[in-house]
Design a protein around this ligand. Structure first.
Ligand SMILES: [Cu+2]
Length: 270
């Protein structure tokens, strides 16, 4: 009998494992993936989804099995069997969740690091600027943005000002001001963001990117779009009565189209 139950447990676990992985790979709940960040983020999401599927299916199956198997039989009137403690089982159900939670924590940290989350994002009060900012913006304190145009870096610097209730983009090259974000596909963009009033958040679901935009404290967001198209920019921080309407678009163009857009708009504004 113990042999049979071990075989049944092993087979059900295998079916559960394969089923969970199959669901996670075949049920896609995420929007299109359009930046270099996206695959890294999606990998973490998939692993969490697999764990979630395993737990959900496993527990539901166990509850249904118990309801059927251990139901009160006709004619039974007494209490159930008196059970007290099971050290092995208790160690098992403490160790397994502990290992799962530890794994998820460490893995999430690794993904956050790979997405650049541990790199400095903003000025501190002493005026020091993080490495990314030095690279793209020339490391000149809060000096004029024009200084960055001579930078040898291949990143495209763009300045974002958020306010109730709009995103305004400024391109140092050509001194263009736009209500929509235009970027070329395949090139790193360095977005320097600052708010004029309250805290907002720049969120592009297809880029898997979300970053707070804070008054008086610029934040830098670097990303590389990988797919041409038109994607929504959403304010993801409750910022006032029209917060829900604080939206814009990011238009990812081929380099050629982007260059044309820059050329056309530079003429009008310079
Ligand atoms: Cu907002």
């Amino acid at each position: 009998m113990p042999k049979l139950s071990a075989i049944i447990t092993l087979t059900s676990s295998l079916i559960l494992g394969v089923g969970g992985v199959w669901i996670a790979y075949n049920v896609n709940m995420l929007p299109a993936s359009a930046s270099m960040n996206a695959p890294v983020y999606d990998e973490l999401y998939r692993v969490l989804f697999i764990i979630g599927c395993l737990l959900f299916i496993g527990m539901t199956a166990l509850v249904i099995y118990s309801l059927v198997q251990f139901r009160r039989k006709p004619g039974e009137t007494g209490d159930g069997i008196d059970l007290e403690g099971n050290i092995t089982l208790e160690i098992f159900w403490t160790a397994v969740p502990a290992i799962v939670v530890l794994f998820v924590g460490l893995y999430s940290y690794d993904i956050y690091d790979r997405m650049g989350g541990m790199q400095p994002l903003m000025h501190d009060h002493s005026g020091h600027i993080g490495n990314q900012e030095e690279r793209v913006w020339g490391g000149i304190g809060s000096g004029p943005i024009e200084a960055s145009t001579s930078n040898k870096s291949s990143s495209l610097p763009i300045e974002l000002t958020a306010m109730q209730f709009a995103f305004i983009f400024h391109y140092p090259k050509g001194d263009i001001i736009s209500g929509e974000l235009h970027v070329p596909v395949g090139r790193e963009v360095s977005l320097k963001m600052e708010s004029k009033d309250v805290i907002h958040a720049f969120w592009v679901p297809q880029f898997r990117l979300k970053q707070d935009v804070i008054p008086g404290q610029p934040t830098i967001l670097n990303f590389t779009p990988t797919k041409a198209g038109n994607f929504p920019i959403v304010c993801a921080e409750l910022c006032g009565p029209y917060h829900g309407g604080m939206r814009s678009n990011v238009i990812v163009d081929k380099q050629e189209d982007f260059d044309n857009w820059i050329k056309e708009n530079s003429k009008e504004t310079i």
